[in-house]
Design a protein around this ligand. Structure first.
Ligand code: CTP
Length: 425
C-alpha cells in the first residue's frame, strides 16, 4: 500500500454527501490522501470543518477566494492529484461536466484537470431516468469518465425508491482503487438502467439454464440517525460466491446484497440495499424465481424510531435506543401461498448444537433446506473457508471444510439436482 496516492474529492450537494466523510476515513486507512472541494450546495449537507478534520487539510470551497488562488489555484488543484472523484455527483454537476461549464471551483477544476475522473451519481430516480440526464451520462461515458453506481433502493424522500442512491463508500473506494491501478471500471449496471443482464454468460447450457435464482448476501445496516447504523460482520463472500456459481451454472441470477466491500459478480444482476426492509422489498420485486437462497446476515432488529437529524450529546442521560424486530425475509418468502420459489434455502450460523438448531430453524421458517455454518471458533465471518451441514427434513449431509467458492459450486450443483428431482417427470 503506497502512501503517495491522492485524490481530489469533489463533494456535491445531496443527502448522500455525509457518506463522503466515511469515504475519506476509509481512503486514509488505505493510504490514499484526499484533498476536498465542497460545493456551495454540498455545504448545506456537510460542513467544511468536518471534511477538513477528516481529510487532515483545509477544504476548498470558493473559486474566488484569493487565498486559495494564492496558495494553489484551481488549475494546480485539479492536476496535483492522481484522480478526481465526484461524490455525490448530482444531476447539476453531471450536466455541468457534460457541457463543459466552469462557473464555480468544482466545475472549473473538472474542466481544467488532466487526470481521470470518477463520478458517483446520486439523485432522485426520475431525475436519473430523465432524458437530459441520460444524454449527459452518455456524453460523460464517451468522454471517458468512470462511473460507480448509482444503486437502487429507498430514497431519502419518503415513499420514493428506484435507481438513484449513491454507491456505498466501500463500493466507491473499490472503484477508486481500480481507477488508481489503471484498471477499466467494472461494467455499469445502472447506466443501462433497469435492464437485466443475461445469465449464463454463453457457452454450453449449464444445469440451471432457463432458471431464475435469487440470492441474498451480506449484512444489513439498520439506521440509527443519518450518520450511524447497526450492522454485523458478514462479508458477503459466501452469498456472492453462490450467486456467481449459479450464474456459471447457466441461471439468470438476481443478487440482493447488503453493503459489502466486494465487486458485483459478473453476469449477475445485483441490487444493492441497506436495511432489512429494503432487502425484503427487493426480494419481493425480484420474484418469481425457481430457487431462492437466503445467505444474508439480516439484522434481527432495527431502531424503532430512526432520528432524522444526527443525535447530539446534550450532557444528560444516554439516548434510549428502542429496538423492534425486522421482518424475517426467509420465512416471509418460504410461507408465501402464491409464487413461492420451488426451493427455498436458508442459512444458520451456529456455534454449538449445529444440526439440532438448524433442524429447529428449518421447521420454524418453513424452508426446504438449511445450510448450517459451523462458526464456532473458525473465523468463518469474513474468512475464506466454511464448514457446512445441509439439513433437510430427510436428514443431514455434512461436508468437510471447504473454500467458500467450492461450497458455492457444490451447493449450486446439489440444489439443481434437488430441484430437478422435485419436478414432475
Ligand atoms: N433471515 C432473514 N431475515 C431475517 C433474519 C434472518 O431472511 N430478518 C434469514 C437469513 O438470511 C438466514 C436465516 O434466516 O438464511 C438465518 O436465520 P436466523 O434466525 O437469523 O438465524 P441466526 O442468524 O443463525 O440467528 P439465531 O440463531 O439467533 O436464530
Amino acid at each position: 500500500m503506497s502512501a503517495s496516492r491522492s485524490i481530489l474529492l469533489i463533494i456535491g450537494g445531496g443527502i448522500a454527501a455525509y457518506k463522503c466523510l466515511e469515504l475519506i476515513r476509509r481512503l486514509k486507512d488505505r493510504g490514499i490522501a484526499s484533498r476536498c472541494i465542497l460545493t456551495k450546495a454540498g455545504e448545506a449537507f456537510v460542513t467544511p470543518l468536518s471534511v477538513s478534520s477528516l481529510a487532515g487539510e483545509r477544504c476548498f470551497t470558493d473559486l474566488f477566494s484569493l487565498t486559495d488562488e494564492a496558495d494553489i489555484g484551481h488549475i494546480a488543484l485539479s492536476r496535483s492529484t492522481d484522480l478526481l472523484v465526484v461524490a455525490p455527483a448530482t444531476a447539476d454537476l453531471i450536466a455541468k461536466m457534460a457541457n463543459g461549464l466552469a462557473n464555480d471551483l468544482a466545475s472549473t477544476a473538472l474542466l481544467a484537470t488532466d487526470k481521470r475522473v470518477l463520478i458517483a451519481p446520486a439523485m432522485n430516480p426520475r431525475m436519473w431516468q430523465h432524458p437530459a440526464t441520460r444524454r449527459n451520462m452518455a456524453q460523460l461515458e464517451k468522454d471517458g469518465v468512470l462511473v460507480v453506481g448509482p444503486n437502487s433502493g429507498a430514497m431519502a424522500e419518503r415513499g420514493e425508491s428506484g435507481v438513484g442512491r449513491m454507491a456505498e463508500p466501500a463500493e466507491i473506494l473499490a472503484a477508486i482503487e481500480r481507477a488508481l491501478a489503471g484498471e477499466a471500471p467494472a461494467p455499469q449496471r445502472a447506466i443501462g438502467f433497469l435492464g437485466r443482464l443475461p445469465g449464463g454468460g454463453g457457452g454450453a447450457p449449464g444445469v440451471l439454464a432457463g432458471q431464475h435464482v435469487l440470492v441474498t448476501s451480506g449484512p444489513t445496516h439498520e439506521p440509527i440517525d443519518p450518520v450511524r447504523y447497526i450492522a454485523n460482520r458478514s462479508s458477503g463472500k459466501q452469498g456472492h460466491a453462490i450467486a456467481a456459481a449459479a450464474a456459471a451454472a447457466g441461471a439468470r441470477v438476481t443478487l440482493v446484497s447488503g453493503p459489502v466491500a466486494l465487486p458485483d459478480p459478473e453476469g449477475v444482476e445485483t441490487v444493492h440495499v441497506e436495511s432489512a426492509r429494503e432487502m425484503l422489498a427487493a426480494v419481493e420485486a425480484a420474484l418469481p424465481a425457481q430457487i431462492a437462497i437466503f445467505a444474508a446476515a439480516v439484522a434481527d432488529w432495527r431502531v424503532a424510531a430512526e432520528a432524522t437529524e444526527k443525535m447530539k450529546k446534550d450532557g444528560s442521560d444516554l439516548p434510549p435506543l428502542a429496538l423492534i424486530e425486522n421482518p424475517d425475509i426467509l420465512a416471509t418468502i418460504a410461507r408465501r401461498a402464491a409464487g413461492r420459489p420451488e426451493l427455498v434455502v436458508g442459512f444458520a450460523a451456529e456455534t454449538e448444537n449445529v444440526v439440532t438448531y438448524a433442524q429447529a430453524k428449518l421447521a420454524r421458517k418453513g424452508c426446504d433446506l438449511i445450510v448450517a455454518n459451523d462458526v464456532g471458533g473458525t473465523g468463518v465471518m469474513g474468512g475464506d473457508a466454511n464448514t457446512v451441514h445441509l439439513v433437510t427434513q430427510d436428514g443431514v449431509e455434512s461436508w468437510p471444510t471447504l473454500a467458500k467458492g467450492e461450497v458455492a459450486t457444490r451447493l449450486v450443483a446439489h440444489l439443481a439436482r434437488l430441484a430437478a428431482g422435485r419436478r414432475p417427470a
